[in-house]
Write a protein that binds this ligand. Structure first.
Ligand code: COA
Length: 137
């Protein structure tokens, strides 16, 4: 796992586009992620320095405790099935543990994402019965 910078935007943009038909990376937003104390973008690179996968964690604190959400976990199609997705999520969890804050870690994944759901379950994430609502404001 390595750091990344705005120079990597093209690769981040490509990976983001693989998340869904509508997912689109924005250079200014990526800049914000990179400087934010609350968001960390993890990337895995291949031997040529190309970003082969990424995952982002966002941390926030509310009266009931410290929470972290893992978002945008994605690996290049040609690099899948080699343990990178698992490694990325493990690195995120290790980072959260190392902080010593005691986070409740959450994530969501569409039921149709067979591989992702299998990955999260195999890592010990438990499915929560709740309704997820969203709104653009
Ligand atoms: C989900 C994703 C990140 C997994 O990355 P990956 O590098 O291929 O995953 P890994 O090789 O680390 O595999 C880890 C686990 O994922 C699951 N998995 C991976 N590929 C799978 C497949 N083809 N079928 C079923 N389960 C699979 C397995 O549980 C696997 O563990 P195992 O190898 O012990 O069986 C990748 O498939 C991907 O980018 N998918 C498209 C984007 C996406 O759906 N992202 C999730 C958003 S919530």
């Amino acid at each position: 796992m390595t750091c990344c910078s705005v120079e990597d935007f093209g690769q981040i943009e490509r990976l983001t586009g693989m998340l869904s038909a509508t997912a689109k990376a924005d250079m200014d937003i990526v800049r914000e992620v990179l400087v934010s104390r609350n968001s960390q973008l993890f990337v895995a690179r291949d031997d040529n320095g190309r970003i082969a996968g990424m995952a982002t964690v966002c941390c926030f604190t509310i009266p009931t405790g410290r929470h972290a959400t893992i978002e945008d976990v994605v690996v290049l199609p040609e690099c899948r099935g080699m343990g990178l997705g698992r490694r990325l999520v493990e690195e995120v969890l290790a980072y959260l543990k190392a902080s010593g804050y005691g986070y409740k870690v959450g994530l969501t994944s569409r039921p149709s994402r067979t591989e992702a759901n299998a990955l999260y379950r195999s890592m010990g994430f438990r499915q929560k019965e709740t309704n997820v609502y969203t709104m653009d404001v």
